[in-house]
Each structure stands twice: as C-alpha cells, then as structure tokens.
Design a protein around this ligand. Structure first.
Ligand code: AMP
Length: 419
C-alpha cells in the first residue's frame, strides 16, 4: 500500500526560510519597539479553559463560531486561543502583578475561519496590554507604539481609524437608541444582522454586508452619546495623538469584532492591501474584562497586530526585506584530514556565518556548492595548505582574487575583510 502523503491542514501554512527569518526579524523589531517603553514579554499557554474565552462575549464570532475547542483526556473543556487579551487578563488575575502592568506578546492564534488570502486558521499576532490605569495618555502611548512599529518597518500606507465606544454608564442609553433605530428598519437588514440585533445591536454596525450599509450609515453614533467625562477622555486621547503627530481618521462606526471593548477603540488598515483583508491590527480599552474574569476592577488597554498580514503589506509596499542568512564563508576541504570540522567550529565561535561541503567530494564539486551558497569567501584546504598550516581564501564576490593565509591569522583576516 502506498504511504499517505500529508499536507499542512487547511488554513495553515509551513513557513520556510527566508520568510521565517523575516517573520522573526519582524518580531525582534516589535520587541525592541515596545521594550523601549518598558513592556515586558509575557508568554501564556496556547490553550486555556474555554471559560476564559467565553468571557469575550456571546455575540463575538470568534467565540460562537470560530473556536477550536475539545475535551482533553480528563474531560476538561479546552480551547486553542483565538486571541491573547483574555489569556493575558486571566494571567493578571491569577498573579496580581504590581500595577501598572505593561506586557507584550507574540505567537500563534487559532480561528476556524474560511481561509482566503490573508485569512488563516493559524496566524501569528504580536501585541501589548497595559493594565491598571485609565489615564488617556496611556491610550496615546499604546496607539503611538503601534504606529511607531509600522513606521520602523518602513510602511507608509497604514491608516489609523479611531472611535470611542463609551462605557456601562452611557452605553445602555445608546444601545437602546441604536436598537430602536434598527428595529424601525428591520425589514431592510440582512438576515444575519437581524439575528445579531437580538444579541448585541452594536455588532450590527460591524456588518460588512452590502445590503446593511445604507441603514448603518444612518444609525445613531456612540460619540454623540458619551457622558461629558468620557467625551473629555476621548478629547484628551485625540489631543495627545495630535501632539505626537500621529494622524488618524475618526471612525464613529468602528466597533471591532470583540464584545469587551470600552472607550477608546482603534484599528489599523493597510491601504496597499485589498480592502477585504486590509486590517493589520486593532485594539482598545477593555475596562470591564478583569472583573468578568474574577479579578478586581482594573482598567486595561492593548492591541494585537496580525504578523502575516503586515508582511503582506510590506510586500505590497516593497519594504522590510528578509535579512540575509547566507553564509559569509564557505569551507572547501579536500585535504582528507577532516580540517573542515574544526575550522567551521572555530569560525562560528568567532561569530562568522560559516557553511561547508559534505561527502568528501572533489574540489570542483565542492566549489560549485560554495558558489551556490552566496558566501563572500571560500576557505580552501588542500594537501599543500595542510602541509603549510595555511588556507587559501578566495574572494567570491569582489576582485581581490585568492591568497594563502596562515591558519593562525585566518579569523583576524576574515573579520577584517567582512567588516
Ligand atoms: P482581532 O483580534 O480580530 O482584532 O485581530 C487583530 C489582527 O489580527 C487583525 O487586524 C489581523 O491583522 C489579524 N488577524 C485576525 N484574524 C486573522 C486571520 N484569520 N488570519 C490572519 N490574520 C488575522
């Protein structure tokens, strides 16, 4: 019987070098950006008790339709994480770190979505969360950091959409007005939106269905129903962004896909990508989430950025190339004395990226592999070199030809040549 041939599961991908190297470089740049602002890395499990995610809200697609959940061998109901804010807030409630608690993360998320360009069932996010203060300047810091990260990647076509969703003091009155408005127009709404209306009228605003758009355009706006205190908070966030030169578009119908958001809410769109999948990140305040996970009332704000989509945006703008991992030096050993073994170890110990040929092949065959490796220099050891305790260094890119270098001078010579 023929062996079965397997493929990566639907909606998932294998990421090979150089794309994997590029993804890691992106994560390193993110870490550098947020660690400058004193965010420390937090690493939580990839799976949690499903209850952690159910707190995200029953009208959230991610929870109702897209969760990868299963029973483990002891009958616990487990879910692969669809996002990280809930896990981070669960960790906060469990460990009660000193406030403000500022953390960053990176890692895979899992959503049972319909796969398409830029939409996967396993995808990677980077993000930050900051718990413990409602200071609007923290909102500004958080948004500025995302903006700064896109800028450092070299992206120029990322727009920031900004809204305030109010809080439990003013949202009920707004929701009542919104629901009354949608009920008046229920005959013109899509079937799905009529169902959503029963769960959460706010989420109807999130509908992308064309038949809903005219009704949504006429709906009452949260920003017109904010209490004076919350309007002041939103005003300070906007003033802070202005002060730092971060441009934004007010987007009064932006509600985002998760139910827990309050006050400041934002999304980043990559204008170089197709508009269906151009969201490259988003976030906001979630001042009630810690309490709903059994903790003390604790304000919080954060964002998550989609790494896969950001890299697509980088491709579209022609920025942030994969860093090279080509060897700097390629060792060709035809001495028959296993010199390559020690030589490669020595060069690597001195920080020089080094590869070598295998299988004791001929000089010609090893040089061919060396040329293909894109190395800058070949280090060649034959019988003559062995006898003279030297090596031949051949410049594979420039025009300095080749030279016999004493073995003891090799590291210094190469370090000097490689700069
Ligand atoms: P969300 O948690 O839904 O706000 O997602 C934050 C960011 O993660 C989005 O702006 C996307 O860039 C990215 N993202 C969300 N879902 C997916 C997915 N299924 N595939 C790829 N990226 C995603």
């Amino acid at each position: 019987m023929a062996s079965p041939s397997f493929q990566a599961p639907k909606g998932t991908r294998d990421i090979l070098a150089p794309q994997s190297t590029r993804q890691r470089a992106l994560i390193d740049l993110f870490a550098d950006t947020v660690e400058r602002a004193s965010y420390g890395e937090v690493s939580t499990p990839i799976f949690e008790d499903i209850g952690v995610f159910l707190r995200l809200g029953e009208s959230t697609d991610v929870v109702t339709k897209e969760m990868y959940d299963f029973e483990d061998k002891d009958g616990r109901h487990i879910a692969l994480r669809p996002e990280l804010t809930a896990s981070v807030v669960r960790a906060y409630v469990q460990h009660r770190p000193a406030l403000p608690w500022k953390v960053w993360y990176e890692g895979p998320q899992f959503r049972y979505e319909k796969p398409q360009a830029g939409r996967f069932r396993q995808f990677t996010q980077v993000g930050i969360e900051a718990l413990g203060t409602s200071d609007p300047e923290l909102d500004v810091e958080v948004i500025w950091l995302a903006n700064q990260f896109y800028e450092r990647l070299g992206l120029r076509q990322v727009s920031l959409l900004l809204n305030s969703l109010g809080d439990p003091t003013c949202r009920p009155a707004y929701l009542a007005a919104l629901e009354a408005y949608f009920r008046d127009h229920v005959g013109d709404l899509s079937e799905q939106s009529v169902l959503t209306l029963d769960l959460n009228p706010l989420r109807v605003l999130d509908s992308k269905r064309p038949e809903d758009q005219a009704i949504i355009d006429g709906a009452p706006l949260m920003v017109d129903h904010l209490t004076p205190e919350l309007a002041e908070h939103f005003g300070q966030v906007r003033a802070g962004l202005d002060q730092l030169g971060v441009s934004y578009h007010l987007s009064p119908r932006l509600v985002r896909g998760l139910d827990y958001y309050t006050l400041t809410t934002f999304e980043f769109a990559a204008d170089a990508l197709d508009s269906a999948q151009n969201a490259v990140g988003g976030g906001g305040r979630y001042d009630g989430l810690a309490e709903s996970l059994g903790g003390p009332p604790t304000p919080g704000i954060g964002f998550a950025l989609g790494v896969d989509r950001i890299l697509l945006a980088c491709d579209a703008e022609g920025v942030f190339d994969a860093p090279t991992i080509d060897p700097e030096v390629f060792v060709v050993d035809v001495s028959g004395a296993h010199v390559a073994l020690e030589l490669t170890a020595d060069l690597r110990n001195h920080g020089i990226r080094t590869d070598r040929a295998w299988d004791n092949r001929s000089m010609k065959a090893q040089m061919k592999v060396s040329d293909r490796s894109n190395a800058a220099f070949a280090v060649i050891i034959g019988e003559d070199e062995l006898a003279a305790d030297s090596v031949t260094v051949r410049d594979l890119r420039g025009d300095t030809g080749q030279q016999l270098i004493p073995r003891s001078d090799l590291v210094a010579y190469l370090q000097n040549q490689l700069g």
